[in-house]
Design a binder for this molecule. Sequence first.
Ligand SMILES: Nc1ncnc2c1ncn2[C@@H]1O[C@H](COP(=O)(O)OP(=O)(O)OP(=O)(O)O)[C@@H](O)[C@H]1O
Length: 243
Amino acid sequence: MPVSALPDGLPEAAAKTLHLHGVTLDHRGGDGRPFRVLDIPDLTISAGARIGLRGPSGSGKTSLLHLVAGLLVPDAGTVAWDGKSVSALPVSARDRWRRETIGFVFQDFHLIPELDVAANITLPATFSAWRIDRAHHERAAALAERMGLGDLRRKARVLSRGEQQRVAIARAVLNRPALILADEPTASLDAAHAAEVGSLLVEVAAEAGATLICASHDAALLARMNDVVEIGTVTNKSLALAS
Ligand SMILES: Nc1ncnc2c1ncn2[C@@H]1O[C@H](COP(=O)(O)OP(=O)(O)OP(=O)(O)O)[C@@H](O)[C@H]1O
């Protein structure tokens, strides 16, 4: 099903541009009352840009990534990709769009403990095909090697947090997504491994021409981004791809 057109009044977006317009998101507190987490009048991120999200704990970085991925929908406003409103899609079409477009590195990895490294990395390929083809197996093995994950047969449950994080990153980029969303992708790593993983993430995104959005407290990782959005302040920005 085609994604719906942008509502009237929004400018025509460039190809593969991410555009948030008039977005608000409320969560509910323990007393059931809503409280505002995000209020973004305008945010435009160009194709291929590398953008950091910075803000204190609880400022809404994860919520914003989930909004962009269509895992949450805004209470008001539009999240658009490639000129189409993703937030207005029915759930099944949004799920399909996410599968085809997004690579997500979750803060808590979302690995399956009983599956080995190879099976965890190729997991996204099983969502759209009964059998994983040879090309996916080969790409998974190449990514694992690049991530320093020598033994593909180790179960996820025995991996260190840093190794799990690298599996999560390899899995997120397996299908060469156009939009990579990474939630604290270096949080479990020491400085040396964090720098290595940060480089890999930036490299694989650049190779695929993908847009990369990283929520992070890691100053070194944020320094590798073209631009940084401060979360918790009014965001009214156009972020172009730096050369
Ligand atoms: N599903 C939810 N229901 C209710 N409140 C939520 C929900 N998800 C997040 N929150 C609250 O919304 C606020 C923003 O949370 P979020 O996880 O987006 O922040 P964050 O900036 O990513 O934090 P951190 O840096 O600690 O990961 C926090 O107050 C959090 O407790």
